[in-house]
Design a protein around this ligand. Structure first.
Ligand code: FAD
Length: 344
């Protein structure tokens, strides 16, 4: 493998039912900044599906300079084998230096298969990506430093943060947590170069058959899409007492989320959990109410624009990341705040 042949930053543009997943747009935002750091001109999105060409313009608006489209009925709904065949064939043909995939259910299935198929490494579930010199420290094995993709992720159950590089193989592949990277502001009317590519699909590439797709009936709010989150922790005291947070969220037009202690207590479903083993959120306003601010919680919310903490313990670590803090009993402060907001 000659590493020099591999050029450009590519992202897998995940779509489901012909709708782009938010992660595709987030990855484009990150790919743009990585491409600049590498002095690359183009960011390429790889779009797989059936009848998906209508999605190209949206990818262009969010930063794709080129879209490689593999449009084939075999790719209508996600199946491991045809998607692996298609994405691995795109890599063989176009030789990306970097390929980013969302750490979604689809990406977590597809990414490792593809990396194994093309004989490269993959760093799973990254929370940060940078271009930097490798090795990080002087090394007797590698005398010269080279610019590499430095892929950072929590390891050993969140007890350490590991930065991983893939210096000897290409592409450098990572799956990236949804909600961590920022989309660019869309550029209305932007256009991308479109390259149609079809590797052809044989029976062997499609040996599973989808009999039926049953959609999950979820009444739970999407906390990653919310602009205002009212998040409660163990300090709220009980499932019933979350009513005071529901009222505050309603008054603000926000959504309720929670810490892991709340999920572990059975007060709220796991879909509402913020943090390292929950969801990463980036709302405009994040209330941390009765939440101590453990590192695993903070990892999921510290990028929020404004953080307001309410806690009776003035030494709670949540105040280290909060923009505004109120020390006191949440049972008094939250209803008073809701009342004031309703009156305003
Ligand atoms: P506590 O730490 O018990 O804090 C409760 C807070 O409420 C205290 O600060 C207290 O002063 C305050 N309080 C109590 N009563 C009141 C009152 N009346 N008024 C005002 N304040 C009051 N945690 C997550 O949240 N998300 C994760 O994704 C996550 N992943 C993890 C992964 C691993 C591998 C591990 C080991 C842990 C993880 N945790 C996660 C758990 C984390 O370490 C903490 O245990 C958890 O975040 C604590 O939740 P809490 O802040 O709600 O509860």
């Amino acid at each position: 493998m000659s590493l020099e042949e591999y050029k450009g930053v590519f992202i897998f543009a995940q779509q489901v039912d012909n709708e782009l997943s938010s992660i595709a747009l987030e990855l484009l935002g990150k790919a743009k900044s990585l491409a600049e750091d590498l002095d690359e001109k183009k960011v390429t999105a790889v779009l797989l599906g059936s009848d998906v060409k209508g999605l190209v313009d949206k990818l262009a608006e969010y930063g794709a300079d080129r879209v490689i489209v593999v449009d084939d009925p075999a790719l209508k709904d996600y199946r491991t084998e045809p998607y692996t065949h298609a994405l691995a064939s795109v890599i063989d043909e176009f030789k990306p230096e970097i390929l980013l995939v969302g750490a979604t259910a689809i990406g977590r299935d597809l990414g490792p298969r593809v990396s194994s198929r093309v004989h490269t490494g993959l760093t799973a579930d990254c929370t940060s990506l940078d271009i930097g010199d490798f090795p990080l420290e002087p090394s007797p094995v590698r005398e010269t430093k080279h610019k590499q993709l430095l892929m950072t992720r929590p390891a050993f159950g969140g007890n350490t943060i590991a930065t991983i590089a893939c210096p000897d193989f290409r592409p450098q592949m990572a799956t990236v947590r949804p909600g961590v990277m920022q989309k660019i502001d869309p550029i209305k009317g932007a256009k991308a170069e479109v390259v149609e590519f079809n590797p052809g699909f044989e029976e062997n590439d499609c040996y599973t058959e989808i009999l039926k797709i049953v959609k999950e009936a979820s009444s739970v709010a999407d906390i990653q899409a919310a602009k205002i989150l009212v998040s409660g922790g163990r300090g709220v005291g009980s499932a019933e007492n979350f009513k005071i947070l529901d009222d505050l969220a309603e008054a603000l037009g926000g959504t309720v989320s929670c810490s892991r202690a709340v999920v572990d207590s059975g007060w709220k479903p796991k879909d509402l959990q913020v943090g390292q083993t929950g969801k990463t959120v980036r709302p405009q306003l994040y209330f941390a109410i009765g939440i101590s601010g453990a590192i695993q919680h903070v990892a999921g919310m510290e990028e929020s624009d404004i953080i307001i903490a309410i806690n009776k313990d003035e030494n709670a670590p949540i105040f280290d990341v909060a923009d505004y803090g109120v020390v006191g009993d949440l049972n008094k402060i939250v209803p008073a705040l809701t009342k004031k907001i309703k009156e305003a």
